[in-house]
Design a protein around this ligand. Structure first.
Ligand code: CA2
Length: 160
């Protein structure tokens, strides 16, 4: 079991950025579908975008469903929002659906490609019903869009 140390208070400006299986291979194969940027490149883009809104990003990738569930649990009461590209888990991982349903805060589902324009089995998302919204088909720009969406949903910092 993966245990993530949790603080006692929610950080209203901290976002969990989750990636599912095979996304660690980005930039190595299928550039015509997923682009040439690596996962590290996308995380960097997300961090830069988030920083402009005064938001910190906590990024994690796993090829294992339970690891992602554990991370979602650990974000409860600690992170204000979640951005998740669940990879192929999008289409069948009900445990991720259930974990996200137990999270109080905005959830943005993110995909590099547009699964709805691909094979029929990609047209179903078990994450979409528990997401605030989905950003898909915009490639690397999706990271900027997703973090901007989170910033909009969280509202201003309250700092003067
Ligand atoms: O478009 C997306 O972001 C996806 O979430 C990517 C998933 C796919 O199963 C979803 O339908 C849509 C697959 C990610 C696989 O990533 C690879 C990266 C490099 C080489 C091979 C696979």
């Amino acid at each position: 079991m993966t245990t993530v140390t949790t603080g006692s208070a929610i950080d209203e400006r901290r976002v969990l950025l989750l990636h599912g299986p095979n996304l660690n291979l980005l930039g190595e194969r299928e550039p015509e579908v997923y682009g040439t940027a690596t996962l590290a490149d996308h995380v960097h883009t997300a961090e830069q975008t988030a920083a402009a809104f005064g938001i910190a990003v906590e990024a994690y990738q796993s090829n294992h469903e339970g690891d992602l569930v554990d991370r979602i649990h650990a974000a409860r009461g600690r992170c204000a929002a979640i951005v998740i590209n669940p990879g192929a888990f999008t289409h069948y991982a009900w445990s991720i659906h259930d974990a996200l349903a137990a999270f109080d805060g905005p959830i943005v589902e993110l995909h590099l490609s547009n699964p709805n324009a691909r094979e029929p089995w990609r047209h179903t998302s078990v994450v979409a019903p528990v997401a605030s919204g989905t950003i898909c088909g915009f490639g690397a720009a999706g990271y900027e869009l997703a973090l901007a969406a989170v910033a909009r949903l969280l509202g201003p910092t309250g700092e003067t």
